[in-house]
Design a protein around this ligand. Structure first.
Ligand SMILES: N[C@@H](CCC(=O)N[C@@H](CS)C(=O)NCC(=O)O)C(=O)O
Length: 219
């Protein structure tokens, strides 16, 4: 039996972070192969992934003869493979979790593209624009609403894939000094989530790497 996660550079691969988190939180054993997605070696390394995975991106989980590309598919697989699923049992709560997951997966209206995961590790980070703060506020307000509805401690009650999907988002926002004071439940939840041992493990490894500078980040 072989289960290999092709993941990405720790401070550059937010999608791999999510897949890795779901597998680790479910206690699923796997071999990890970190693909260096920094330029210029990125292209050659991803070409090797393309040989067995059509999107030529990471993460990819190869579980024996099943090739699962895309972080969301890996997260759902991890949820089902583990002893207890990382999606709520109730159909309506599960729909709420999936809606939040889908929102993150589609890039949160572009906010994540503009506040890259890489930039969250820069020693000097730019200020968020007023528009970015407003968009972040909408996200935090939605999370707070979910927390109030579920009663916490996580978005849908128990820890779910929705929480894990938000980890890299929260890391970006707080690294860019988001003003979250209007949403105290969301702040408590962020702290709870970001201090989970799995999250700390990945971030600790990311923090000691040289920053990955991108051309479109204006200080
Ligand atoms: N929708 C995909 C996105 C994966 C993705 O964009 N991965 C990045 C690294 S985090 C990558 O490998 N990009 C290579 C490329 O698009 O050329 C997922 O969720 O897995």
């Amino acid at each position: 039996m072989s289960r290999i996660l092709y993941s990405g550079t720790r401070n550059a691969s937010s999608w791999a972070f999510r897949a890795w988190l779901a597998l680790r939180e479910q206690g699923i054993a796997f071999e990890e192969r970190i693909v260096d997605i920094r330029k210029p070696q990125r292209f050659e390394n991803l070409a090797r992934i393309a040989v067995f995975s059509p999107p030529a991106a990471v993460p990819v989980l190869v579980d024996d003869d099943v090739v699962i590309h895309d972080s969301l598919a890996i997260m759902e697989y991890a949820s089902e493979l583990g002893a207890s699923p990382l999606l709520p049992a109730d159909i309506r709560d599960r729909a709420r979790a999936r809606a939040l997951l889908a929102w993150v997966h589609s890039g949160l209206s572009g906010l994540c593209g503009r506040l890259s995961f890489e930039s969250a590790f820069y020693p000097q980070r730019r200020r968020m624009t007023a528009q970015e703060q407003a968009e972040a506020g909408r996200i935090l307000a939605a999370c707070q609403q979910a927390l109030v509805h579920s009663g916490g401690p996580y978005l849908c009650g128990a820890l779910s894939l929705a929480d894990l999907a938000f980890v890299p988002v929260l890391w970006r926002l707080f690294a860019h000094d988001v003003d979250a004071s209007a949403w105290p439940h969301a702040v408590d939840w962020s702290e709870r989530l970001l201090s989970r041992p799995t999250v700390r493990e990945w971030l600790h490894e990311a923090e000691v790497l040289p920053p990955v500078y991108l051309d479109d980040y204006e200080p």
